[in-house]
Design a protein. Structure first.
Length: 419
């Protein structure tokens, strides 16, 4: 019997939907432990893990320095709900990577970071509308659970029950990578737009990098119309380069959302930006935001040691070397499209080149992906359990492991395509 059909106190058998493995029609993987590049199930089977805590684990599982820092911090007190030196250090480390940042507010999740950034943008501009792009994920706050209305640039419709249409209607959804639609929307409604929020490399519909000029257009139009540009770098921050997608593409937003890697595997999020915007947050300013656990001592210890090791070992160069092993084996594969940006990558079962937006992503053969996923799993490779999720590299992997994995992936792509 599937574990998610067994009577469970957990809703759907899980605490977050993708873990149910429904998109690939498999049983959930129940993890007993994890170390380095591997996770182990309850039967002791070992899997090379490309989920990597959904991108949070840039140093791999249970990195000794992170474990030690967490143990030490916990032994000095797990929760203060008060100030401590580790939070200042983490804010400093984040600001050091993004020179235009004066202030950081640590929160408990990427969801909170994005929610807070949009609230700030509305406060700064006195406007309501938030523009997002189809296929981008910014957490599960009401205003982000919105799908495209008919006709493209119409106001959003709720994509989840329980989201009031009044709230969905404060979000406008546009196709990713479509500069023309962005220009048109601003020309028509520029004075109502508080913010544009975007994953500067989309990673929640598989990896879809920005087309040259797309981010620049967002920067230009938001500046012209007095709206704020928010980069949601919860996934890409410290992953596609030290200074994120902003640094990689040389486009600087007004507000930056971070998460995942900066917590070293513990729950975290952050909003960051210049003082004139950030100082609107309470207690400095009138925009309310708070958190019992925000910037706690254990998560800050994990984040600080992670970012320190990243700098000391120049992990971005290392991830690039690992990525090139995959490039060699996978970029010439037929019938699939392999896309990589730094330490994140995707395989789309799709002919005709890399997809540019969600509509193109949706043309992929999800049934072929599901077959592929199951066979990889049986061969000890854990791919993300959905064709719409990114695969992640980490520094616990090495070239030999990836060489072997890439060969297996090659073989099984061909098989899965045959059906
Ligand atoms: C993971 C993710 C979030 C949500 O972060 P949580 O910590 O799961 O709330 C938001 N935006 C992006 C781009 C993400 O990848």
């Amino acid at each position: 019997m599937r574990r998610d059909q067994v009577q469970s106190y957990l809703v759907g058998g899980v605490n977050s939907p993708v873990r149910a493995f429904r998109a690939v029609d498999e049983e959930p993987l129940v993890v007993a432990r994890a170390e380095g590049p591997f996770v182990y199930d309850e039967e002791g089977r070992r899997y090379l893990d490309f989920i990597g805590g959904w991108g949070a684990l840039i140093l791999g599982h249970a990195h000794p320095a992170v474990v030690e820092a967490v143990e030490n911090a916990a032994s000095r007190g797990i929760c203060f709900g008060l100030s401590h030196p580790g939070e200042e250090e983490l804010a400093e480390r984040i600001a050091a990577a993004f020179p235009w940042i004066d202030r950081v507010r640590l929160v408990n999740s990427g969801t909170e970071a994005c929610m807070t950034a949009v609230r700030l943008a509305r406060a700064v501009t006195g406007r309501t509308l938030c523009v997002k792009f189809e296929g981008c994920y910014h957490g599960h706050a009401d205003g982000f659970l919105v799908k495209m209305g008919s006709g493209g640039a119409t106001l959003g419709l709720p994509s989840s029950q329980g989201v009031p249409s009044e709230i969905a209607g404060t979000t406008v959804v546009l196709p990713y990578n479509d500069e023309g639609m962005v220009r048109r929307l601003f020309a028509e409604q520029g004075e109502e737009i508080a913010a544009v929020i975007v994953e500067p490399v989309a990673g929640n519909m598989g990896v879809v990098p920005p087309r040259p000029g797309f981010l620049e257009t967002l920067r230009e139009e938001t500046r012209r119309w007095g709206a704020l540009l928010i980069f949601d770098e919860v996934m890409t921050g410290f992953r596609v380069s030290r200074d994120g997608a902003a640094g990689r593409f040389g486009v600087w937003p007004d507000l930056l959302c971070l998460g995942k890697i900066i917590g070293g595997g513990l729950p975290i999020g952050a909003v960051a930006g210049p003082a004139e915007i950030m100082d609107l947050l309470s207690p400095a300013g009138p925009v309310y935001q708070a958190g019992t656990f925000a910037g706690g001592p254990v998560v800050c210890a994990a984040g600080n040691v992670t970012l320190r090791v990243c700098d000391e070992e120049d992990v971005w160069a290392l991830l690039e070397r690992l990525g090139r092993v995959l490039d060699r084996h996978l970029s010439s594969l037929e019938g699939v499209s392999y896309v990589r940006c730094g330490g994140m990558w995707s395989l789309f079962f799709l002919e005709g080149g890399a997809p540019l937006d969600f509509q193109e992503v949706q043309r992929q053969d999800s049934a072929a992906f599901a077959r592929f996923h199951a066979v990889l799993r049986s061969r000890g490779i854990l791919a993300p359990p959905s064709a719409y999720e990114a695969w992640f590299l980490n520094t616990a992997m090495d070239e030999a492991l990836l060489e072997e994995a890439a060969r297996t992936i090659r073989e099984e792509v061909e098989e899965a395509r045959r059906g």
